[in-house]
Design a protein around this ligand. Structure first.
Ligand code: SF4
Ligand code: MG
Length: 336
C-alpha cells in the first residue's frame, strides 16, 4: 500500500559564512491518506526546514537538498523543476503558516485571494468561484461570509485571518495540508478554536495533514501519529497513543516533563530540558542528545544509536534499547 507522502533519508544543508549547517540529517517518515502526522521538536530541530523541503520552498541558495527524496503520490517531487512543483503546491498541497499575514496579500480582498485558488485548480467561472469562496469562508467558521468576502485582511482579527488562510489552502481541494505552527501566534482560546477547525476539516474532507509544532499539547489534540525531531534527526516516531503512553527516547521524556499538566492546576510546573542542542556546523558523531541526556553512556558519544522498533511502527533511536546497554533500572539505581 502506497503512502500519500514519503520522506526518505532527507538531508538539507544551508551554506553560511560560518560554514555549512546540516539542518536536516537523514529524516524519514510517511503520511497516509486521511491521517494527521505531527512533527514536534524545539526550534532549530529542522522541523520547519523539513516542511519547506516537502513544499519545494527551501531557499536556494543558501539552502539545498543534498540527499534523500520526497515522494508524493508515488512521484518524486524533491528534484522537480520549480514550475511543476508550483503546480503541485497550488493544487495538491495546501499550506498554512504561523503568521497568517505572511500568507495573505494585504492589498487584495480576501475573496479575491480565495477565488484565485478556485480558478487555478478548477477552471470555473469567476462567478462560480465567488459562490464557492463564500461557502469556504462559512466552512471555516467566518460569520457573515457574503459581507466578509469583500473585506481586506487588516479588517480581520488574527484568528479570523488564520481561518481565511485555511480557506485559501483548502480552496484548491488539496490532498495534503502542511501547517507550520498554525496556532503559535494566536492567543490560547483562539488556538483551541483553530485546532478544532483543522481537526474537523481533516475528518470531514478526509485530508492528510502534516502539522509542525513545538507543543505536545497540540500533538495530543490533533495528531494520529507523531515524529519527534532533535538536531535534524528523527529520534522517535509512533502513534500518538503509543508515544504518549510509553515514550522510548530520553528527549521525548524531557518533552513530556515540560508539558503543563492540567490536572495539577495552579501548581503546574514546567521542567525545561537543560542545555542546548548541538552545533549543526559540526554535528556530533554519536547520539545528538548525548550532551543533555541524563542516561548517556560511553557508546552514546562514540556511535550513532540504531533505530529500534517496538511494534505498530513505534521506533526510537537510543542506545538504551540496545541489548548491550545496561538496563534503565540499573542506571536509575546508580543515581543517573
Ligand atoms: Fe541518551 Fe544515549 Fe539514548 Fe542518546 S543514545 S538519548 S545519549 S541514552
Ligand atoms: Mg519553525
Amino acid at each position: 500500500n502506497q503512502h500519500l507522502l514519503t520522506i526518505d533519508d532527507l538531508r538539507v544543508n544551508f551554506k553560511t559564512y560560518g560554514g555549512e549547517v546540516q539542518a536536516v540529517r537523514g529524516v524519514s517518515f510517511y503520511v497516509d491518506k486521511g491521517e494527521t502526522v505531527a512533527i514536534v521538536g524545539e526550534s532549530g530541530c529542522g522541523k520547519s526546514v523539513t516542511a519547506q523541503a516537502i513544499m519545494g520552498l527551501i531557499p536556494h541558495p543558501p539552502g539545498k537538498i543534498v540527499g534523500g527524496r520526497v515522494v508524493f503520490e508515488g512521484a518524486e517531487i524533491s528534484h522537480l523543476p520549480k514550475k511543476e512543483l508550483l503546480g503541485i503546491r497550488g493544487t495538491q498541497i495546501g499550506m498554512v503558516f504561523q503568521d497568517p499575514m505572511t500568507a495573505l496579500n494585504p492589498t487584495m480582498k480576501v475573496g479575491t485571494q480565495i477565488v484565485e485558488g478556485f480558478v487555478r485548480s478548477h477552471q470555473v467561472s469567476r462567478e462560480e468561484a465567488r459562490k464557492r469562496s463564500i461557502e469556504m469562508l462559512s466552512l471555516v467558521g467566518i460569520p457573515d461570509p457574503e459581507k466578509r468576502i469583500d473585506q481586506y485582511p487588516h479588517q480581520f482579527s488574527g484568528g479570523m485571518r488564520q481561518r481565511v488562510v485555511i480557506a485559501i489552502a483548502l480552496a484548491c481541494q488539496p490532498k495534503l495540508v502542511i501547517a507550520d505552527e498554525p496556532t503559535t501566534a494566536l492567543d490560547v482560546t483562539i488556538q483551541a478554536q483553530i485546532l478544532d477547525l483543522l481537526k474537523r476539516l481533516q475528518e470531514e474532507q478526509a485530508l492528510s495533514v502534516v502539522i509542525i509544532t513545538h507543543d505536545l499539547g497540540v500533538v495530543a489534540e490533533i495528531a494520529h501519529r507523531m515524529v519527534v525531531m532533535y538536531a535534524g534527526m528523527v529520534v522517535e516516531t509512533g502513534t500518538v497513543e503509543d508515544v504518549f503512553a510509553n515514550p522510548r527516547h530520553p528527549y521525548t521524556w524531557g518533552l513530556m516533563r515540560s508539558l503543563p499538566r492540567l490536572d495539577e492546576g495552579e501548581k503546574q510546573r514546567l521542567i525545561p530540558i537543560e542545555g542546548s542542542p548541538p552545533d549543526l556546523f559540526h554535528p556530533p558523531v554519536g547520539c545528538p542528545f548525548a550532551a543533555r541526556c541524563d542516561f548517556a553512556m560511553e557508546i552514546c558519544e562514540q556511535q550513532m544509536p540504531v533505530t529500534d522498533e517496538f511494534g505498530r511502527g513505534h521506533q526510537a533511536a537510543c542506545w538504551l534499547h540496545d541489548p548491550r546497554a545496561p538496563r534503565i533500572e540499573e542506571l536509575v539505581a546508580a543515581g543517573r
